[in-house]
Design a protein around this ligand. Structure first.
Ligand code: ADP
Length: 728
C-alpha cells in the first residue's frame, strides 16, 4: 500500500506514537487487510513526510473519520515488547515530557541501515579450464569459505584471477552469514572462587534473581572488594533461569566498558552485546534487533541502553550507581539509575545497584529496607585500602604559580624512587580555567554565554566547556588592546602536567582527560599502558577516577579537593566525598599498600574529616540530617523549570506569567524565577524556578498542570528537570 486512502466504514483507528516532542499519539486508519497490533512499528504520513511510529492503541472508527490518513505499512521490524512500551510511557510521565521523547531514545538504534552480511567465496570442486599455479593456489585457499580480500592475500593473486575463477564456475559465493552474530552465553561454566563475604553476597543475589520478581539490592563494597565478581554470579543465575533470559549491565563511562566486557566474555565464553556511542550505527541496529528478538542475552551499555526493547529481561545491574553521568541533562532529561529501578519494576525483574560510595538516596532506601543491603567490607585477597591523609595547604602551601605542595612532591619522589606509580587528580580539563588581562582586568568570556573561557595549551585555544565555542588565544586584550597582558589563572590538568614534568624530568608522564582521550579505543590504550607500568605519573580528570585497576599505582595525589565544594549545590558535598573516595581507591591494589594525599584549604570541612577518618556512616548521617531539616531529597522532592529564549522581553513576560499561574498546592513551594547561575548560554537567556514538594505530593501532576496553564510564545522554551543534579 503506498498512500493514504479513503477509509472503509468498518476500519479501526490506530493510535500511533511518533518519536518526536508531540503531546500525544496521532490517529491513523488501519489499512485494509492488515491487522495491526500494539507495539507494531509502522510508517505513517506526517504532512509531506513519511515517518516511523509505534502503534500504542486502537479505537473503533466512527463517522467523521474522513480526514484521517491511513497507515502506510507495517515495517519489517520486531514489534516493541509491551513492557518496553509501558516503560516508555512511564518514563515520559515521570520526566513530565512528551512520550515521543523517550520513544525517540528507544528507536534510536533503527536509524542506520543493517550491516551488510559478510560474503565468502568457496571452491566448487570444478577444475578450471587452465589450472595455472596461481589458480590452484586460489582454489586450495578457498577449500573453506573465505572473504575475498583474505583469499587474494592468502593465495598472493590479483583480484582478476579470482574474478576469472568465479566466471568459470570454479569459485562461488557461499551463503552469507550474519556479521558478528550474538553468541549464546555458556551458563554452566564455573566462575571465580569467591571469598566468604563475596560468596554470601552472591548467594543472596542469586536467591533474589531466582525469585523471578521485582526486587532491588544495593551491592555496597569498598573499591577492589570484588563487586564485579559478585554481580557476574547474579548474572549467571539470571541467565540460567531460562533459555531466553536477558541481562542488562549499565556503566557510567564507555572507557570502563571494555574491562567489564572482557570479564563477561571470560566468565560466559561469549562476547556480550555493547550499546554506547562508540558502537557503529549499523552494528547498533543489529544489536537493537537482537535485543528485541532475544538473541542478545547480555547487553553492556551506557545509560541509553535502558531504552532497548528487551524481550525477556531478568536482571539489570547499575554499576557505579552513584555516578553523576547517569543523569542525562539535555533533550529527554532523566536519571538512568532511577529509571532502571522503574524498568525492573515494570519488567518484574531484579535490579542490582553497585557502588563503593552509594548515593544518599540509595543508602536511605537501603536503610529503610526497601532495598536489600549487601556489604563487602574488605578488598579481595591481600590488598588493603589506601591510607588517606589530608595536606593542609595553609601549613604546606605550594610555591607561587605552583600547585603541588612540598609534602605531595616529597611523597611523589619516594614513590618514584621505589619504581612505583603516582596519579595526580584534578577534575579540570585544559591548562587554566580563567584567562584575564593584567592591564584592565577583563576576563575572557564566550561571546554568547556567561561562562569563562578555559585555556588549552595543546590546541592553543580558549574553549567554552559549556557550548564548545573556541577561539585562538589573542595576542592583545580584546577589551583594552594591551599586548601580551593576558595571564592564565589557576590550574587545569595540562598545567599540573607541566609542573610534574619540570619537577621530575626523567619520569614518564601521561595526561588522561577528555581532551587527550577522545574515544573508547584511546582510553583503553592509555589504561592498559598505565596498568603495564609504561608511565610513572598520570595526571587525570575524573575520566580516570573510576573502576580501573592499576597494580603499580601506590600514590594518589588530589591537587584541589575543594574544587567540587565551591558550586554550592545540593549534592556538592556528596559528590566530593564520592569522587575523592573513588580516586583514592585507585591506590594500592594487590600486595603493595597505597596512600592517598588530599590537598585542601579546608581540612576542617566535614567532607574532608569524613574522608580522612574513612567514616562514611558519619558523613552520611550528617548529610541526611541536613537534607531532612530542609526537606530536600530524599526527604522531599525537587524539580527545576528552566525557561529560555533569545528575546529577553518575551522571556521576562513569560516567566512572570508562569510565576503567576503556579497552582496552589499543599506541600509544594515554588521559588523563582531567578537568573540561572549561567544566565546566558548560546545567546539564550535562562531563568529558573525551583519546586520543592513533600514526598506525598504527586510532583509530576503538579508540574504538568502548571505547564498546561500557560502557553509559551514560540521564542520561549520550557524544560522540566525532575530531581535536578546540576544547577548551571
Ligand atoms: P570492585 O568492582 O569492587 O572494585 P573488582 O570486581 O573489580 O572489584 O575486583 C577487584 C580485583 O580483584 C579484580 O582484579 C578482580 O579480578 C580481583 N578479584 C576480586 N574477587 C576475586 C576472586 N574471588 N577471585 C579472584 N580475583 C578476584
Amino acid at each position: 500500500m503506498t498512500g493514504p486512502v479513503e477509509s472503509p466504514a468498518a476500519a479501526r483507528i490506530a493510535q500511533v506514537l511518533l518519536p518526536m516532542p508531540l503531546p500525544e499519539a496521532f490517529d491513523y486508519i488501519e489499512p485494509a487487510g492488515v491487522a495491526l497490533s500494539i507495539g507494531d512499528l509502522v510508517a505513517v504520513p506526517l504532512g509531506p513526510r513519511v515517518v516511523r511510529g509505534v502503534v500504542v492503541g486502537f479505537r473503533p472508527a466512527q463517522g467523521g473519520n474522513r480526514a484521517l490518513k491511513t497507515v502506510i505499512e507495517r515495517l519489517d521490524e520486531p514489534p516493541l515488547p509491551p513492557r518496553t512500551l509501558e516503560f516508555i510511557l512511564w518514563a515520559a510521565r515521570y520526566a513530565v515530557d512528551a512520550p515521543g521523547q523517550p520513544l525517540a531514545m528507544a528507536l534510536r538504534g533503527l536509524r542506520a541501515p543493517r550491516p551488510k552480511p559478510e560474503r565468502h567465496l568457496v571452491a566448487t570442486g570444478k577444475t578450471p579450464a587452465r589450472p595455472t599455479p596461481a589458480r590452484q593456489r586460489v582454489l586450495a585457499a578457498a577449500a573453506q569459505p573465505i572473504r575475498r580480500p583474505d583469499l587474494a592475500r592468502a593465495a598472493a593473486v590479483s583480484s582478476g584471477v579470482i574474478k576469472t575463477l568465479l566466471a568459470d564456475g570454479a569459485l562461488e559465493w557461499a551463503p552469507a552469514e550474519a556479521a558478528h552474530p550474538f553468541e549464546p552465553p555458556d551458563v554452566v561454566r564455573p566462575g571465580a572462587t569467591l571469598n566468604p563475604s563475596q560468596a554470601a553476597a552472591a548467594a543472596a543475589l542469586k536467591a533474589m534473581v531466582a525469585d523471578g520478581r521485582f526486587a532491588t539490592a544495593l551491592l555496597d563494597g569498598v573499591t577492589g572488594s570484588g563487586k564485579t565478581e559478585v554481580y557476574l554470579e547474579a548474572a549467571a543465575g539470571a541467565l540460567a533461569l531460562d533459555q531466553r533470559a536477558q541481562v542488562l549491565v549499565l556503566l557510567p563511562e564507555i572507557a570502563l566498558t571494555q574491562a567489564v566486557i572482557d570479564r563477561f566474555a571470560t566468565r560466559f565464553g561469549a562476547v556480550p552485546a555493547q550499546w554506547h556511542s562508540g558502537v557503529a550505527p549499523p552494528r547498533r541496529r543489529q544489536t537493537w534487533e537482537a535485543v528485541a528478538s532475544g538473541e542478545a542475552r547480555i547487553v553492556i551499555g551506557a545509560r541509553s541502553a535502558l531504552f532497548l526493547p528487551f524481550a525477556h529481561l531478568k536482571l539489570i545491574v547499575v554499576d557505579e550507581e552513584h555516578d553523576g553521568s547517569y543523569k542525562q541533562e539535555d533533550g529527554f532529561i532523566y536519571q538512568a539509575r532511577d529509571l532502571a529501578v522503574a524498568r525492573a519494576k515494570i519488567e518484574d525483574c531484579a535490579v542490582i545497584l553497585a557502588s563503593a560510595t552509594p548515593s544518599l538516596e540509595t543508602l536511605w532506601n537501603a536503610a529503610a529496607g526497601r532495598y536489600q543491603w549487601l556489604r563487602l567490607a574488605d578488598r579481595h585477597g591481600a590488598a588493603r585500602l589506601p591510607a588517606i591523609s589530608l595536606i593542609d595547604l595553609r601549613q604546606s602551601p605550594p610555591a607561587p604559580g605552583r600547585w603541588l605542595s612540598p609534602a605531595l612532591v616529597a611523597a611523589m619522589s619516594e614513590t618514584l624512587a621505589r619504581g612505583e606509580q603516582c596519579l595526580l587528580f584534578l577534575n579540570r580539563r585544559g591548562y587554566a580555567p580563567l584567562v584575564l588581562c593584567r592591564a584592565c582586568g577583563e576576563r575572557m568570556k564566550a561571546p554568547d554565554s556567561d561562562s569563562w573561557l578555559v585555556e588549552h595549551r595543546y590546541s592553543g585555544r580558549l574553549i567554552c566547556h559549556l557550548t564548545g565555542f573556541s577561539m585562538a588565544k589573542p595576542d592583545r586584550c580584546p577589551a583594552c588592546g594591551a599586548k601580551d597582558a593576558l595571564v592564565s589563572i589557576g590550574p587545569g590538568v595540562e598545567r599540573v602536567e607541566e609542573e610534574a614534568r619540570s619537577l621530575f624530568p626523567d619520569a614518564r608522564v601521561a595526561v588522561f582527560s577528555s581532551d587527550t582521550i577522545t574515544d573508547a579505543a584511546g582510553a583503553r590504550a592509555l589504561i592498559e599502558a598505565m596498568a603495564a607500568g609504561e608511565f610513572d605519573i598520570m595526571v587525570a580528570t575524573q575520566a580516570a577516577a573510576k573502576g580501573h585497576n592499576f597494580p603499580g599505582l601506590t600514590l594518589v595525589g588530589v591537587v584541589d579537593a575543594d574544587l567540587g565544594l565551591r558550586g554550592g549545590d545540593l549534592r556538592a558535598a556528596e559528590r566530593t566525598y564520592q569522587l575523592l573516595t573513588q580516586v583514592s581507591g585507585r591506590a594500592g591494589r594487590r600486595d603493595q599498600p597505597g596512600r592517598a594525599l588530599i590537598q585542601t584549604w579546608a581540612p576542617d570541612h566535614p567532607v574532608m574529616q569524613a574522608i580522612a577518618a574513612g567514616d562514611r556512616e558519619a558523613f552520611t548521617a550528617v548529610e541526611l540530617a541536613e537534607r531532612q531539616a530542609s526537606g530536600l531529597p530524599p526527604f522531599g522532592r525537587l524539580a527545576a523549570v528552566i525557561v529560555s529564549g533569545a528575546d529577553p522581553g518575551a522571556l521576562e513576560a513569560f516567566a512572570r506569567d508562569l510565576a503567576a499561574a503556579s497552582p496552589n498546592a499543599d506541600g509544594v513551594s515554588v521559588f523563582g524565577p531567578a537568573d540561572a547561575p549561567l544566565a546566558m548560554v548560546r545567546g539564550r537567556q535562562r531563568k529558573r524556578f525551583l519546586v520543592r514538594a513533600d514526598r506525598t505530593v504527586d510532583l509530576q501532576a503538579f508540574l504538568a498542570a502548571w505547564r498546561a496553564r500557560v502557553r509559551p510564545p514560540g521564542s520561549v522554551h520550557v524544560a522540566i528537570d525532575v530531581d535536578p543534579y546540576s544547577f548551571l
